[in-house]
Design a protein around this ligand. Structure first.
Ligand code: GLU
Length: 302
């Protein structure tokens, strides 16, 4: 298989972008900014806007949050092509990608719990961490024999799937790049740095998928050419770029945008109860008020 730098290929005539919220809370101003930038990009480029519901997490995803986000986005004036793609209905696509990586020896079952991973780093007070701040995997299960793996699985041990980063990098051989625009019209070519993620978790214990796998598989299936999303996901792009190369999937152009922050400069978060779009609505705000507020806060037109 040849792994090429698809990132530098010309983009098709009609760009496709997607807004991809997770239904695990109510949308806030940060989501509104991302959704509006997607819409703006689609309008400006004569492209299409798709919606994707990222609901692979069975513990945190809730149907009522999905209903609420559809209502809130509609209120905001977002117009997407129906029907949205709901990830929980496409698990077999993600499983197939993971099966392929396992079959080629690029993914392996990991039986460690989070506590065991931390323990494996011993008495240190600081562990090497990935860009999200999670302790890197120390490789405990990487070299288990095939017989030991089968025996643990037959005994019902639960496992996740990890990418064997060394083997994956050896397979790609060339340096991987992608094109990044941020919020501007001038793109730069960025060198992907998947190695920062170590033996990343690519299949969860509870579902045959992970955010990274589901994201790149869907971006490819949905024909996404331009990923407009928050800069908090920029580091993840390095790992996603590697997975795209390994699986022969297309690499979109990336347009990571700034994050909306609160008065103290902190990123808004669903769990830290940032004011939701529905709160703004119930307080009588109109979609125009909200757009203007965001445009002022971010210093740009929307
Ligand atoms: N579902 C992710 C979120 O809500 C977005 C992922 C993406 O755009 O790639 O933060």
């Amino acid at each position: 298989m040849t792994l090429e730098n698809a990132s530098l290929a010309p983009t098709p005539d009609r760009p496709v972008c997607r807004f991809a919220p997770s239904p695990n809370g109510y949308l806030h101003l940060g989501h509104a900014y991302s959704a509006l930038l997607n819409q703006l990009f689609a309008e400006k480029s004569g492209g299409r806007l798709l919606l994707r519901i990222e609901d692979i997490d069975p513990e945190r995803s809730r149907r009522h949050f999905e209903t609420a986000l559809l209502e809130d986005l509609g209120w905001l004036g977002l117009v997407w092509e129906d029907p949205p793609r709901r990830q929980s209905a496409h698990m077999s696509d993600y499983r197939a990608a993971l099966d392929e990586l396992s079959r080629r020896g690029l993914a392996y079952p990991c039986f460690c719990s989070r506590a065991e991973i931390v323990q494996a780093w011993g008495q240190r007070t600081e562990w090497p961490r990935d860009p999200d701040g999670t302790a890197l995997y120390p490789g405990t299960c990487r070299d288990l024999s095939p017989a030991e793996r089968v025996s643990r699985i037959t005994r019902g041990a639960r496992f996740s799937l990890r990418l064997d980063m060394t083997k994956a990098l050896a397979e790609t051989k060339t340096q991987l790049n992608y094109r990044e625009f941020h919020e501007s019209d001038d793109g730069v070519v960025v060198v992907a740095e998947p190695v920062l993620w170590g033996d990343a978790l690519i299949g969860r214990r509870d579902v045959p998928a992970s955010y990274h796998i589901a994201c790149i598989v869907d971006d490819d299936i949905q024909g996404v050419t331009d990923v407009v999303r928050g800069v908090d996901l920029e580091a993840a792009t390095g790992l996603q770029r590697l997975l795209q190369a390994l699986l022969g999937l297309k690499t979109p152009v990336y347009r990571h945008h700034r994050l909306v922050t609160d008065e103290q400069g902190r990123k808004l978060s669903k769990s830290k109860s940032a004011i939701s779009l529905r709160d703004f609505r119930t307080r009588g705000a109109t979609p125009d008020n909200l757009r203007q507020k965001l445009a002022r806060r971010m210093g740009r037109t929307l």
